[in-house]
Design a protein around this ligand. Structure first.
Ligand SMILES: Nc1ncnc2c1ncn2[C@@H]1O[C@H](COP(=O)(O)OP(=O)(O)O)[C@@H](O)[C@H]1O
Ligand SMILES: [Mg+2]
Length: 380
């Protein structure tokens, strides 16, 4: 293992402000030999400009005596913008009298190395700061992750409560509208009632989405025939699709292995993806659903279900976000942004994966479910 590989901060980016070319050369050599990436600024002004343009490096190394703006001033100015955890600043200087050292720390320096210095000592100090900085960054990331989970959890509780309370009045509206529908003669009134029932149906879908979002119990584990679940799901949509201009092509292999899982939940996954595909193609287009078995190991096979449609491409910058909770590009009552989030959770609980690809020809969602999921189920 080389020195560079042993170092925690290998690959870190260091900005070095040093006006003496030969000192800069030696420093750069030592630092690059340690595996760091180094940018050299010959004066304080350049250092500040680089900070402005590129943002903070992983560590700032400053010579005190620089032409124009001094290293101490650069230190002070950088410290105003980034705290010591985000940007460690090391002063490297021949001024080693106590007053100068105090002044450097006063200006916000994290550390101080007197010239002439030993390469090993400089490296040890840099490493120590980079290590602290990395730990801090990891911690920050973890906190953000926890906050996000917390938010989703609270949202789930809230959504579950609201959805539950909405179910009863929705049933009342739907019941009365159906009674009226049987009684009315006037076609115009019947049309209004049909509109009301369609709206109630949409609300019921949203409520079902929200209840599922709030659901915390794991998937069931019983033998499931994926082909059967798929046909049942497609059956729910065929009539609707046939009346529109959507061409639904289905190719389900008849040798799919029986998997261990929860049929109702898988039906929901397929339905969500299918409805998304329908919405993507709109009035006219093609939706193709295929299912096949793929060898996973010597004696096991995965079930792979693919949904393809020729609707407009998902922009590459949005693709990584479509599985996020509440992410939707659909206006008004069309979307809740919960569908794919729930899909992914269910599929993961089955030990599987769901992925999306999109290009000019169309969009593909691939669901892969292992016949025998590893226990215990993965929670997301
Ligand atoms: N087949 C598809 N084609 C294009 N975009 C899609 C497709 N499926 C999903 N999306 C995008 O992913 C987003 C999130 O989908 P989803 O979680 O089901 O929420 P919703 O359908 O309520 O918007 C959609 O708003 C849409 O932008
Ligand atoms: Mg959806």
């Amino acid at each position: 293992m080389s020195d560079a590989e042993r170092l925690a901060g290998a690959g870190a980016h260091l900005l070095l402000a040093e006006d003496d070319p030969s000192a800069a050369r030696v420093l750069r050599m030592i630092l690059e030999h340690s595996g760091y990436r180094v940018t050299v600024a010959p004066d304080g002004e350049t250092a500040l400009r680089i900070l402005d343009e590129q943002g903070p490096p992983d560590l700032l190394l400053l010579d005190w005596m620089l032409p124009g703006i001094s290293g101490l001033e650069v230190c002070h100015s950088a410290r105003q913008r980034w705290d010591a955890l985000r940007l460690p600043i090391l002063m490297v200087t021949a001024r080693t009298d106590p007053e100068s050292i105090y002044a450097a720390f006063d200006a916000g320096a994290s550390d101080y190395v007197g010239k002439p210095f030993r390469g090993a000592e400089l490296r040890a100090r840099i490493e120590s700061h980079l290590r602290t900085q990395r730990l801090w960054a990891e911690r920050q990331e973890m906190e953000e992750h926890l906050a996000e989970r917390d938010k989703i959890f609270t949202l789930g509780l809230l959504a579950g409560g609201v959805a539950h309370d909405l179910n009863n009045p929705l049933a009342v509206i739907s019941g009365h509208a159906q009674v009226l529908q049987r009684r009315v003669q006037d076609p115009q009134t019947a049309e209004h009632l049909a509109e009301i029932l369609a709206a109630v149906d949409r609300c019921a879908h949203i409520v079902a989405d929200m209840l599922n979002f709030a659901r915390r119990h794991p998937a069931e584990r019983i033998p499931v025939d994926v082909a059967q679940v798929l046909h049942a799901t497609l059956g729910m949509r065929t009539r609707k699709l046939a009346t529109g201009g959507v061409d639904l092509q289905v190719d389900v292999a008849d040798d799919l292995p029986i998997i261990s899982g929860d049929g109702h939940q898988l039906q929901q996954v397929f339905l969500n993806i299918l409805v998304n595909a329908e919405q993507a193609v709109g009035e006219r287009g093609t939706v193709r659903v295929t299912a096949r078995a793929v060898p996973a190991s010597a004696d096991d096979r995965d079930v792979v279900v693919e949904f393809w449609n020729d609707g407009p491409r998902i922009p590459p910058e949005l693709l990584p976000r479509i599985f996020d909770p509440l992410f939707t590009t659909k206006a008004g009552e069309e979307g809740t942004g919960l569908g794919l989030f729930i899909c992914r959770r269910i599929v993961r609980e089955h030990g599987g994966t769901v992925e999306a690809r999109s290009n000019a020809e169309g969009t593909t969602f691939t669901v892969c479910i292992p016949a025998h999921p590893p226990a215990p189920p993965a929670r997301s």
